[in-house]
Write a protein that binds this ligand. Structure first.
Ligand SMILES: [Fe+2]
Ligand SMILES: [Fe+2]
Length: 262
């Protein structure tokens, strides 16, 4: 485990990343900390440091997804999208780290860069790609969207609202890739049964993660625990379990029942 940090090299590479900056030019970074209490700033520094890391880890997930889609001979436009999403996630990591800097700097966070993505376990390239996609897109990205909207509603900072809106614009597509992939992939009943188990355990681990990372205070992009549970449970059943079931992937009931955000 080493301390999480980000580096950018600049030059033409920074200009490539800058192409994604549409909508963020007018953010007044200095305004973020100005009206907040010191307690809230401390909480938010932690929130945005973790968020920069989770964006970085999402980039790793899409890099894996892209290479597994290549091996599975997936449609080329889908592969290109997955590769492009790595760039989106690096841009989100950049935005989140700018928020952390505006709040006084990132907090120390120990991470393992060599274990960013758990390797898929299914047999064959298609099922392995499906496993990664169910975890990251159908569950992870899909559940992130309503949680980000909840954090935006209580942000109390115009700059943070803009940052979250910019991130949300991409995350909705990142989720969507999952459903398009499942509609394309020719999966067997056994594959779908395997994916149901994968989805169920991923939903449970997201419940634990969000439950651990929600905060007692609200504002500056923190996810208030008080508002998290109802949003989470609703998103699990309507946005994840139901569309998976439509595609023959029936999440085990025990993974959903008893979910109470932790
Ligand atoms: Fe992201
Ligand atoms: Fe994403």
């Amino acid at each position: 485990m080493i301390e999480f940090s980000l580096e950018a090299i600049g030059g033409l590479w920074a200009r490539r990343l800058d192409k994604r900056r549409g909508g963020c030019e007018e953010i007044d970074w200095n305004a973020i900390a100005r009206e907040a209490t010191p307690e809230l700033v401390t909480v938010a520094r932690d929130v945005w440091t973790r968020s920069a890391f989770s964006e970085y880890a999402s980039g790793a997930a899409f890099a894996e997804i892209a290479s597994h889609l290549l091996a599975a001979r997936a449609p080329i436009d889908l592969i290109a999208a997955a590769g492009d999403f790595v760039g989106d996630e690096m841009f989100h990591a950049d935005l989140a780290s700018r928020v952390a800097m505006a709040l006084g700097g990132a907090v120390p966070l120990q991470v393992n860069y060599e274990k960013l993505v758990r390797p898929p376990e299914g047999d064959g390239a298609l099922l392995r790609a499906a496993e990664l996609i169910v975890r990251s897109c159908c569950v992870g990205e899909t559940l992130t969207v309503p949680m980000l909207k909840q954090s935006r509603r209580t942000a109390g900072s115009r700059a943070i609202e803009v940052v979250i809106s910019r991130i949300l614009r991409d995350e909705a597509q990142h989720a969507e890739l999952g459903w398009w992939f499942l509609d394309w992939a020719d999966l067997s009943d056994a594959d779908r049964a395997h994916l149901a188990v994968v989805a169920g355990s991923t939903i449970r681990s997201f419940g634990v993660l969000f439950g651990r990372e929600c905060t007692a205070t609200e504002g500056l992009g923190a996810l208030p625990c008080e508002r998290f549970e109802a949003t989470f449970l609703d998103a699990v059943s309507n946005d994840v379990v139901a569309p998976l079931a439509e595609r023959g992937i029936i999440v085990p009931r025990e993974d959903v029942e008893g979910l109470s955000g932790g």
